[in-house]
Ligand binder design. Structure first.
Ligand SMILES: N#Cc1c(-c2ccc3cc[nH]c3c2)n[nH]c1N
Length: 252
């Protein structure tokens, strides 16, 4: 997967050099390219923003700069084998559709993602209109709170998507066991986890986990996932299909 990120703070993405995503980059599974938006400015101050039409607080990011940057990055990034290839453009914004595990799975199928994290009050809306007619443009939000810019959201999205790519998690883990992953534990929060020692400061590991009885352990883990989901995110239980609810009810 090719990933291009255009930002006025490319240094914000240093964390993408470490851990799972960093290793995926070393192996070539992820090809992440960072671009400084200001490189496409033409004034001595490298201005990327201006006052909003209609008044109001803050500044808006200028469409010309973004347009030249996106055009250049798309042109540079086109694979020789497929000159017609275009990226899926992802615009983090508080007003976007929620970024969920389902969206991450969808993005993980894409060969090329282009992220355009904004600052100030956001990017002139004509940029999304211009590229919406040429690319698939997604405006997404990572949660109902307000950040100072889109860079943190890009870090979240790239990690959530990158870990889904083949070989990134390795054999020890599996995306199939994720909270919200399709399958038996779909839409359930992960339950508690334990490791050695069996007793720590008087806290004992649940005895069932030491029993070696894999069937009972699997049932216990699912019951714990149900209990935790019911306690912390009851609205997720509404997504469970009737078979899953019946299977749980049969045991309690
Ligand atoms: N995604 C997302 C966001 C943001 C966000 C994204 C871009 C900008 C540009 C200026 N301020 C921003 C906030 N806030 N909260 C979220 N879930």
């Amino acid at each position: 997967m090719r990933v291009d990120i255009i930002s006025i703070f490319p240094e914000y993405f240093a964390p993408l050099d470490v851990s799972l995503v960093g290793k995926a980059r070393e192996r070539g599974t992820l090809d992440i390219r960072l671009h400084q938006l200001r490189d496409w400015t033409r004034d001595v101050h490298k201005t990327v923003d201006d006052t909003p039409y209609g008044g109001g607080p803050g500044m808006v990011m200028k469409p010309e700069i973004w347009g030249e940057a996106i055009d250049a990055v798309v042109e540079q990034g086109r694979p020789e084998a497929d000159p017609a290839a275009l990226p899926r453009m992802i615009v983090p914004t508080p007003s976007g559709r929620p970024f969920t595990q389902e969206v991450a799975l969808d993005y993980a199928k894409e060969p090329w993602l282009l992220f355009t994290p904004a600052r100030y009050e956001g990017i002139d809306s004509r940029v999304m209109a211009e590229y919406g007619s040429r690319l698939r443009v997604d405006e997404v939000s990572i949660g109902d709170y307000v950040l100072a810019g889109g860079e943190a959201a890009v870090l979240v999205i790239v990690e959530a998507v990158g870990r889904l790519l083949p070989g990134v998690l390795g054999n020890a883990c599996s995306v199939a066991d994720d909270s919200f992953a399709p399958g038996a534990m779909a839409n359930l929060l992960e339950g508690p986890v334990y490791t050695k020692p069996p007793v720590w400061r008087g806290h004992e590991v649940p005895e069932i986990l030491l029993s070696g009885h894999h069937g009972k352990i699997a049932r216990w883990r699912r019951d714990e996932a149900f209990r935790r989901t019911s306690d912390k995110r009851p609205e997720l239980l509404a997504r469970l299909d009737s078979d899953a609810l019946d299977a749980h009810d049969r045991r309690v």
